[in-house]
Design a protein around this ligand. Structure first.
Ligand code: URA
Length: 428
């Protein structure tokens, strides 16, 4: 491998230049083994945030991060594989009903997930509220479950894209998370290394999302779809609304409860709609176009698959879910239509109640979070409950209530309306 120096590469990006494939490969390999220092990589990440990268540079960065670790492969299973990645939102529990739903149709779902940080929840934190459920599997256990059940949601092992693991922690403390080339290469390096053949990206837009406006969400989605296609992964993206929470439950066990309602054929319309849309897209990319996805939620097949998936990871699908010790109810101040309920404020309040963590080593409360009694577009009655806050530690109510200040609007003469959840589609 050609040899370069880190200061030389930093200067190229600082001066809005282009890094060659050899330079990017050298950088990622040497950063991963510790020969490029954190302070040098921080400077480079900031130069990338400010000056960007072209498509070729982003592709090279993604490929170099994949090459820093192992790449999984399921060719021996002889089945199609499909996965979904969400850029994260408030009340986004879709992975839970989605993975078993897709598996019902013979498409295997190898989903390596993360934990929540900040106001967005993490899939593993949610599933860990199920008594006995285990997030860590060996590669052999992962493979066996994928073959026997057809769906696995578990923690990504340390062998997958280690360069991203290192770079992501650095970005988190250097104000460089928001750079599109860095987000796209971070997400896609893990998804490509995970070995799925098809991938649907759920790119969230709105106050509760990384991308607050649709232009940036579109740009991120387009870059990621291109990266997937270039790596031979059939990839599409849906841009979906995250201006207000998804569903009625926000928090770990509360979201499991709502997911089980969806798997039983019920649940809020927006959660059901997005689950069905994403499942249909994953199946379409895997060549299954003539299937009635919603039927599998209504006739118990997706629920059976869920039970198998949870049991295979030592979870008890029949055990009662943890419930927080304390509740505080917020009443609707007037009759009318709920015209606004801010996703970020609700997510922040839920986090402060104990559902999320501030540092990655912090514990989360399984029962903490928020139950909404109405969604945007629905009528509310003055004096009736609007939200219930849940926590084990009542001292947390004050901070949560402060986060919710001004979070909702009720229009006395507003007309009920349906939520538009899928805003745009980006095809490969
Ligand atoms: N999720 C990731 O894995 N990486 C990012 O950069 C942002 C979100």
């Amino acid at each position: 491998m050609a040899s370069f120096s880190a200061p030389e590469l930093i200067v190229i990006k600082r001066d809005k230049g282009e890094l060659s494939t050899e330079q990017i490969n050298w950088l990622v390999a040497n950063y991963t083994r510790g020969a490029v220092a954190d302070e040098q990589m921080s400077a480079l990440a900031m130069a990338i945030l400010l000056n960007g990268m072209n498509r070729r540079e982003i592709r090279d960065l993604t490929m170099a991060m994949i090459a820093s670790g192992e790449k999984l492969n399921y060719d021996d299973l002889g089945v199609a594989t499909a996965d979904k990645h969400s850029t994260g939102g408030v009340g986004d529990k879709i992975t839970l009903p989605l993975a078993p739903l897709v598996a019902v149709f013979g498409v295997a779902v190898p989903q390596l997930s993360g934990r929540g940080l900040g106001h967005t929840g993490g899939t593993l934190d949610k599933l860990e509220s199920i008594p006995g459920w285990r997030a860590s599997l060996s590669n052999e256990e992962f493979h066996k479950q994928l073959a026997e059940v057809g769906a696995v949601i578990c923690a990504a092992g340390s062998g997958l894209a280690p360069a991203d693991r290192k770079l992501y922690s650095l970005r988190d403390v250097t104000g460089t998370v928001e750079a599109i080339p860095l987000i796209a290469s971070s997400i896609m390096s893990k998804k490509i290394a995970e070995g799925t053949k098809s991938l649907v990206l759920d790119v969230k837009v709105g106050s509760g999302a990384f991308m607050k406006d649709i232009e940036r969400a579109r740009e991120l989605a387009t870059v990621m779809v291109q990266l997937g296609q270039d790596a031979g992964v059939n990839t599409t993206a849906l841009l979906t609304d995250m201006s207000t929470p998804l569903g009625l439950q926000i928090g770990n066990a509360l979201e499991v409860k709502e997911s089980v309602e969806v798997l039983a054929g019920g649940g809020p319309a927006d959660v059901v709609q997005l689950t069905v849309e994403l499942a249909t897209e994953m199946l379409r990319l895997s060549g299954k176009t003539d299937v009635d996805v919603a039927a599998a939620l209504n006739d118990g097949r997706a629920m059976d698959k869920w039970r198998q998936m949870i049991s295979a990871q030592s979870g008890n699908p029949d055990a009662p879910l943890p419930v927080a010790k304390e509740q505080h109810v917020i009443l609707a101040p007037a009759d009318g239509m709920l015209s606004h309920l801010d996703a970020l404020q609700v997510g922040t309040a839920s986090w402060r109640l104990g559902a999320g963590r501030a540092r990655k080593e912090d514990p989360v409360q399984a029962g903490a979070g928020i139950t909404l009694h109405a969604q945007v577009g629905q009528r509310v009655t003055g004096g009736q409950p609007l939200m219930t806050l849940h926590t084990d530690e009542p001292a947390r109510f004050e901070g949560a209530l402060a986060a919710l200040e001004g979070s909702f609007k009720i229009e006395v003469s507003g007309k009920p309306s349906e939520r538009q959840i899928v805003l745009e589609r980006i095809n490969g």
